[in-house]
Every structure is written in structure tokens, then in C-alpha cells.
Design a binder for this molecule. Structure first.
Ligand SMILES: Cc1ncc(COP(=O)(O)O)c(C=O)c1O
Length: 377
């Protein structure tokens, strides 16, 4: 199988798998228990937290282990908006966010917050000038993803935060689910207040992730109970998942440059190949993350191409496949005003460091044959 759907999820790294088994075998105590076994397990948990904190340039008490990107995004949106609502109730969210940000923001509208949407250009990149005119004294939160999951477009976070910091007290949240492990992601590289990471996108385990806050930033809890995770996320902390998250974060971070270069080389080889077909249109902009290529074949439905490739054991997806099996037109592609004859046919190829040039070469042959059968007009 050639698996080019790594933005939907990745294969678990063998070291992560080993860690999961080892922690479950040796440190399965409740980390909140006061006996020695509990203490030892808690020490392991805290060292996982410190490892993530060090990589993200924050302090351990600002790293919350969550169930993944969706929960981290919800915690950031609800938690920051509610914690700092005395500053104002106006929120800016880009229109190309993942549904876990969009829907959380829409929900806040029912609770007295006003949400405005940051538009994007035809490359799917937010318009910082629009932010400049939308930002108000009562803007409490701005949420913009680092890399879009459907197109790979890199968002101008540095430019955005420079402008916000010099004009306003609004907090900045970045969904870094698609950028962590591919671009530098930490509070030194990105001058923001909250960062979301999901483990299963970086060869970690599904159902785990992180919300990290910059030092001194706080969130209101969303889950109430026994007060675990500094009172922010009650419920017995799943230590094996937390330790595996730290492991996946470390592996992705240690190899970020080598991995990014490898994926860039493979995708840069594929783009001229794909665009040599007269009916293929590139959807990903030039300023894209190294692991995502979106393209469309004119007047060919995405599903048709996906099925044809699948029959040859090549796994790819439609642009937004990480969120659901929905067939409705993607909000990201609509926001980019992709023309009608291309919008239904957008395919996303997403790579990981475990993909090889050999797979790319094989893909080219298979794609050429598939295109002989299914050609757009
Ligand atoms: C940009 C982005 N944010 C958030 C998520 C949600 O992450 P998770 O699947 O861990 O809930 C995804 C993927 O589904 C994503 O691509």
C-alpha cells in the first residue's frame, strides 16, 4: 500500500508503540495516588510534561495533555475567551479553520460573544490587512491555524502576531496540528499565547494531544471533577498516552529539519509531474507546508479519482478527509473561491517522513495510467 493520507492520520512510530506497552506494564498506577507507585507514575507524567514544555519553550504547568487536536482547540477557544472576557467579547477566527475551532467559536456566539471571520485570498492565506481593520479594543481572542489541513497553505502567523502585539491585548491561539514536526513550532518561533498539537498526526497515538499556553497565560477549565491537569482537565490522566505524546513530540521535533527537507524534495518532484496534465490545477499555494499537495482534475469528482487510485493500492483523500466523510463542499475551498469545475475534484496528497522516493515514482506511473482512463475535459 502507498499511503499518502498522513494529514488524516499517521502510522504509529515503533518507539511510541514500545513506550505505550512499557508504561502500561510498569507505570499503570493512578498518578494522583499518594502511595509510592502513584508517585513514581506521577514523576513519569511530570517528566513527559517537562519534555513537551521544553520543546515548546514554556513551563511544565502550562502543558495540558488532552484527547487530541479537537479538545485542545475547544479548550483554547472556550477557555481563553471565558478567562479573559473582562477584556471584551469580540473574537476573530479565520474562515479556513478546522471545524473544532469554527464550531467552538460559533457556540460562543450563543453565549454573548461576537465572532467575526478573517477572510483569505485565492491562495487560502489569511488577509492580515483584514485583521487590521477587524481588530477592536474589545477583541479578546484571535485564532488562526499555522498550516491549513486541506491545502497546506502556511499562514502568516509572525506578521499577524507582530501587528496584534503592537496594537492590542488580544490573545492569539494557533492550531499547529498540521505544522508541528514540519515547521518550527514553539513560543520562541511563534509569538502567540496558545498552541494546539495532536499526537496522531505526528506518528503518536490517536486520542491524545496537547494544549500549551505561554507562561502566565491561563484558561478556564472545560471539564470539572477531581482537578487533574492543574484543575483544567479533570479525569484520571492517561499517563501512557501522555508519555507517548511526549515521545512523538520529541521524535517529530528532533527530526523536523531532515523530515521537512525529505518531504519537500518529494513534493517538489511531484508538482511539475501533476501540472504536466493539462486538466490538473494546483490548489496548494507556493507557500505551503512540505507535506501537503492539493490539486484538482477539471470536471472529475474527487471520489472517482480516490477510488481509481485505491484500486491500485494508493491511499489519498479529498481535501478535508480528516474531519469526516462529508461530501459537502469544503468551506476552505469555498473561501478560496475555487471555480465550479474544479471544486468537487480536489484531492489531497499528504506525506510523512516514512514515505519514500520509490513510492513517489510508483505513484507517478499509477497516476498516469489512471488519468488515461479518467481524464477531465
Ligand atoms: C488543522 C487540524 N486541527 C485539528 C484537528 C483535529 O485533531 P484530532 O483529530 O486530534 O481531534 C485536525 C485533524 O483532524 C486538523 O487537521
Amino acid at each position: 500500500m502507498i499511503y499518502f493520507d498522513n494529514s488524516a492520520t499517521t502510522k504509529v512510530h515503533p518507539e511510541v508503540m514500545k513506550t505505550f506497552v512499557a508504561v502500561n506494564e510498569k507505570f499503570w498506577a493512578n498518578p494522583a495516588s499518594i502511595h509510592e507507585f502513584g508517585h513514581q507514575t506521577n514523576e513519569l507524567l511530570q517528566s513527559a510534561r517537562e519534555q513537551v514544555a521544553e520543546i515548546l519553550h514554556t513551563s511544565g504547568d502550562k502543558v495540558y495533555f488532552t484527547s487530541g487536536g479537537t479538545e485542545s482547540n475547544n479548550l483554547a477557544i472556550f477557555g481563553l475567551a471565558n478567562k479573559y472576557k473582562n477584556r471584551g467579547r469580540h473574537i476573530l477566527v479565520s474562515e479556513i479553520e478546522h471545524p473544532s475551532v469554527l464550531e467552538a467559536a460559533k457556540h460562543l456566539m450563543k453565549n454573548g460573544f461576537e465572532v467575526e471571520w478573517i477572510p483569505v485570498d485565492s491562495d487560502g492565506v489569511i488577509l492580515v490587512d483584514a485583521v487590521k481593520s477587524l481588530l477592536r479594543d474589545d477583541t479578546v481572542l484571535v485564532s488562526v491555524m499555522h498550516v491549513n489541513n486541506e491545502t497546506g497553505a502556511i499562514q502568516p502567523i509572525e506578521e499577524l502576531s507582530t501587528f496584534i502585539r503592537s496594537n492590542n491585548r488580544a490573545l492569539i491561539h494557533v492550531d499547529a496540528v498540521q505544522s508541528f514536526g514540519k515547521l518550527p513550532v514553539h513560543f520562541g518561533a511563534l509569538d502567540v499565547d496558545a498552541i494546539t498539537i495532536s499526537s496522531h498526526k505526528i506518528h503518536g497515538l490517536k486520542g491524545s494531544g496537547v494544549l500549551a499556553l505561554k507562561k502566565f497565560i491561563e484558561v478556564e477549565p472545560m471539564l470539572f471533577g477531581g482537578g487533574q491537569e492543574s484543575g483544567i482537565r479533570s479525569g484520571t490522566t492517561p499517563v501512557p498516552l501522555a508519555v507517548c505524546t511526549a515521545k512523538a513530540v520529541r521524535l517529530a521535533n528532533d527530526n523536523v529539519q531532515t523530515n521537512a527537507e525529505k518531504m519537500k524534495k518529494m513534493t517538489e518532484d511531484l508538482i511539475p509531474f501533476l501540472t504536466s496534465f493539462p486538466t490538473v490545477k494546483m490548489i496548494s499555494p507556493t507557500k505551503r507546508a512540505p507535506h501537503i499537495i492539493s490539486f484538482s482534475v477539471r470536471n472529475v469528482k474527487g471520489e472517482v479519482l480516490i477510488n481509481a487510485l485505491q484500486q491500485k493500492n494508493v491511499i489519498v483523500s479529498t481535501s478535508s478527509a480528516c474531519s469526516s466523510r462529508q461530501t459537502k463542499t469544503s468551506h476552505v475551498l469555498k473561501a478560496m473561491h475555487i471555480q465550479d469545475d474544479y471544486i468537487k475534484g480536489v484531492i489531497r496528497l499528504s506525506f510523512s517522513s516514512i514515505n519514500t522516493q520509490e513510492e513517489i515514482n510508483q505513484f507517478k506511473k499509477i497516476f498516469t495510467n489512471v488519468m488515461k482512463v479518467i481524464k477531465g475535459d
